[in-house]
Design a protein. Structure first.
Length: 487
């Protein structure tokens, strides 16, 4: 145990953010660089080294949280990094992007603020990179087997790294022009600077993983041809089919899916554009959807100089604190969350539904018409007399995703079976109905969190390794049927 009295002597203290008026002028991460290290030892000391560490259950990766908390408390960064990497290929990603279900399950959180697990994690990995503790781990010998990984998001990258280290020759196919999937083009720079992805890619290249960008399986290369080239295939193509909003006026110019809008802002940071082809500058922006993707649109619109930003959510406003009966510890609660983007301004409106869009004579969206909704006998129902309209010159739809892409032909060309939710079906080893073809991440699980994607990639890698060699020592932290703990 780090410090037997740590949780009694120290309160929760999180990373400091840069002032709003300063960070809105750039696209750098919102936190003050280096602000965590002076406080992280005390924060790590709050970990109680519980007899039953429920944080393990909250994290699908099974992160050894009490162990690396103890090392961080003692400032033994090398040992902390080793324990961190024992279960997580990319802690700098999860430490910045994961909503930290481990903290919701922290035993300390029963009656006070939980340990700042996420901040400790990112402090350890940032220090490890700074001191050179993160090095390529090339395999001692090659198996002679080849594996193709379709998709370079967190699930695909985790599977690829695990299989490369097991001695297989792995090639990652990505349809975009750069590696990273939604990490690259879905996550804004202010949430995670892309240099973190770039140095992991260089590490993986040094280990032997090969990358093929600008190739979409199903269109640019037939799935059947890919299967002939490789001994095994891992499909980690994500759940990129976006949920649409079929209301009158949807066809107006200025109404876009979030994943049409966000990547263009990231491409500006990559140097591909001087200015984004879709910009919020000087416009009244409405974001439909109250989740993390919606918040990403809000923060992006602020930085582009929007005249106003309004975020709409059809569900009621969540509670500020966990409800002991409806959302008991250690479940992951749905709480009112103020992200860095929300700190920067804008209005959030709950319990409303969009009825239609109104445009000008040139077909550009100008107004969004909405109505308040309420639950009546368990169903969302419009409240009469609450209709109104708000200015909307740019609308982004951030309402989630419905499954993997079916338009590129990948599912049909492989002959893959789907489950009842429209995801690619798999067995206990993450194997599809097609021999030698496996699936990991959102393509098989449905839209989920980054920490689940990495866990899926690691688990699928074990199934592939066992298929290729007859046995495997690779870890498999989850089963395909595992889900977050809920009531």
């Amino acid at each position: 145990m780090a410090d037997p009295k740590g949780f009694l002597n120290h309160g929760r203290e999180i990373a400091k953010s840069r002032p709003v008026d300063v960070r809105l002028k750039d696209w750098n991460e919102v936190y003050v660089p280096g602000s965590l290290l002076p406080i992280i030892s005390k924060q790590a000391s709050r970990c109680m080294d519980c007899g039953i560490p429920f944080c393990h259950n909250g994290c699908p990766l099974g992160n050894l949280i009490p162990e690396w908390n103890d090392y961080a408390y003692r400032e033994d960064w090398a040992a902390a990094s080793e324990r961190l990497h024992a279960t997580n290929n990319f802690p700098e990603f999860t430490g910045r992007l994961c909503p930290a279900p481990c903290e919701s399950a922290c035993v300390l959180g029963i009656n006070q603020a939980p340990v700042t697990i996420k901040n400790v994690e990112v402090s350890i990995i940032d220090k490890a990179w700074e001191t050179g503790e993160v090095a390529p781990q090339a395999p001692e010998r090659l198996s002679g087997k080849t594996v193709a990984v379709i998709g370079s998001g967190p699930a695909g990258l985790a599977a690829a790294q695990q299989l490369t280290r097991a001695g297989h020759t792995v090639a990652v196919y990505e349809r975009a022009d750069r590696i990273g999937g939604l990490l690259r083009y879905g996550i804004p720079e202010f949430k995670m600077e892309k240099r973190h992805i770039n140095r992991r890619i260089e590490q993986m290249r040094a280990e032997g993983t090969r990358f093929r960008t600008g190739i979409e399986i199903g269109r640019d290369l037939k799935a059947t041809d890919l299967k002939k080239r490789y001994d095994a295939i891992v499909i980690a193509a994500g759940a990129t089919a976006a949920r649409d909003l079929p209301v009158p006026g949807r066809e107006l110019k200025g109404v876009y899916q979030a994943m049409e809008y966000l990547p263009l802002a990231n491409k500006v940071q990559e140097g591909d554009f001087v200015a984004p082809p879709i910009s919020a500058e000087g416009k009244h922006v409405v974001v439909i959807g109250g989740g993390d993707t919606g918040a990403d649109c809000v923060g992006t619109a602020h930085r582009q100089g929007a005249a106003s930003v309004t975020q709409l959510e059809i569900m009621p406003r969540p509670n500020d604190e966990r409800h002991a009966v409806s959302q008991p510890w250690p479940t992951f609660p749905m709480l009112y969350k103020v992200t860095s983007a929300h700190e920067e301004g804008g209005e959030r409106v709950y319990s409303v539904s969009t009825t239609h869009f109104e445009g000008d004579e040139d077909g550009n969206v100008q107004w969004l018409h909405l109505t308040e909704v309420e639950f009546v006998e368990g169903k969302l129902t419009q409240k009469p007399g609450t209709e109104r309209k708000i200015p909307a010159q740019l609308v982004t739809l951030a309402m989630g995703f419905t499954g993997t892409d079916r338009e590129n032909g990948l599912v049909e060309q492989f002959g893959l079976e789907l489950d009842e939710r429209g995801n690619i079906a798999r067995d206990a080893d993450f194997r599809t109905n097609v021999p030698g073809v496996y699936v990991a991440g959102d393509a098989g699980r449905g839209q989920s969190l980054i920490v689940w994607a990495i866990a899926e990639g690691r688990s699928a890698a074990r199934g592939v390794d066992r298929h290729l060699t007859g046995a495997s020592e690779l870890p498999a932290p989850i089963r395909p049927t595992d889900r977050s703990l809920t009531v």
